[in-house]
Design a protein around this ligand. Structure first.
Ligand code: NDP
Length: 254
């Protein structure tokens, strides 16, 4: 393959978690545009509407990534329906704000459950199908918060979980490389999503700091994160494994 064809995903089955809205929905649209049959997964049933908007052959699955039995059942469902899974994007995540001393045990457990356990359960559940076919590509969504102490917002649990996700990608990449599976992580900077738009409306002083800290002088577009993911899961990136590809406009190196 050469030229643009290495970026194509025709004939591949892709699962994207946290796909009902935001970055996950945009990644799903991008992978579908590149030719993949996308299964949009989310705990929020609105994912069915998002999948309908994409049209056939995209479909939806409703499950919570913190429930490992539900994740295993979802992997079986995808395999039964499609016979293969080529791409997994573990994107589901939650954000919040709280100082370290105010973190309750429940706050800590909740963010670890979704942002760390959930990513592992998902990767573990979909890997056997890839191992069986000796091919597959996974992308785990980390964050600038996983590599740098961000400001001014406080969420130590989120930050530590996202650092763990990047390291998980390295470990799984090495463990599964003999089976033809590549595992990489993507580290988005501040992305223009509904949540950040709300911060902009209610805390303009916070948004001002974020923009000042972004060397490109603006928030990232969701399509820019999707573009990185599309590259990493494509044959253009068959040599890229265990990498954390920051997509942050230079934030992490400034
Ligand atoms: P959103 O909150 O807009 O979307 C996340 C989706 O994931 C929601 O539909 C949410 O459902 C779903 N979800 C949450 N928890 C679970 C769960 N336990 N099981 C299944 N689905 C779940 O997030 P973004 O699009 O902004 O972020 C996507 C990813 O990118 C996250 O991992 C985030 O940490 C990361 N990221 C985002 C950045 C940003 O600037 N936005 C920057 C860096 C990283 P529900 O509606 O029920 O909550």
């Amino acid at each position: 393959m050469s030229g643009l064809s290495v970026y194509g995903l025709q004939g591949r089955v892709a699962v994207v978690t946290g796909a009902a809205r935001g970055i996950g929905a945009t990644i799903s649209r991008h992978l579908a545009a590149l030719g993949a049959t996308v299964v949009l997964a989310d705990r929020n049933a609105t994912v069915e509407e998002t999948a309908r908007e994409l049209g056939s052959p995209a479909s939806a699955l409703v499950f919570d990534v913190t429930d490992s039995k539900a994740v295993d059942a979802a992997a079986k469902q995808v395999l039964d329906k499609h016979g293969r899974v080529d791409i997994l994007v573990a994107n589901a995540g939650i954000a919040y704000e709280k100082s370290a001393v105010d973190h309750t045990d429940e706050d800590w457990r909740r963010v670890m459950a979704v942002n760390l356990d959930g990513v592992f359960y998902t990767a573990r559940a979909f890997a056997p199908a890839m191992i069986a076919k000796k091919t597959g590509a996974m992308v785990l969504i980390s964050s600038i918060a996983g590599v740098k102490a961000v400001r001014p917002e406080l969420h130590v649990g989120y930050d530590v979980a996202k650092a763990g996700v990047a390291h998980m990608a390295r470990i799984l990449a090495i463990e599964w490389a003999p089976f033809g599976i590549r595992v990489n992580a993507v580290g988005p900077g501040y992305v223009d999503t509904e949540l950040l738009a709300e911060v902009g409306r209610t805390q303009p002083e916070v948004m001002k700091i974020w923009i000042e800290d972004m060397p490109i002088g603006r928030l990232l577009r969701q399509e820019e994160i999707a573009g990185t993911v599309g590259f990493l899961v494509s044959d253009a990136a068959t040599g890229v494994n265990g990498h954390l590809l920051m997509t942050d406009g230079g934030y992490s190196v400034s």
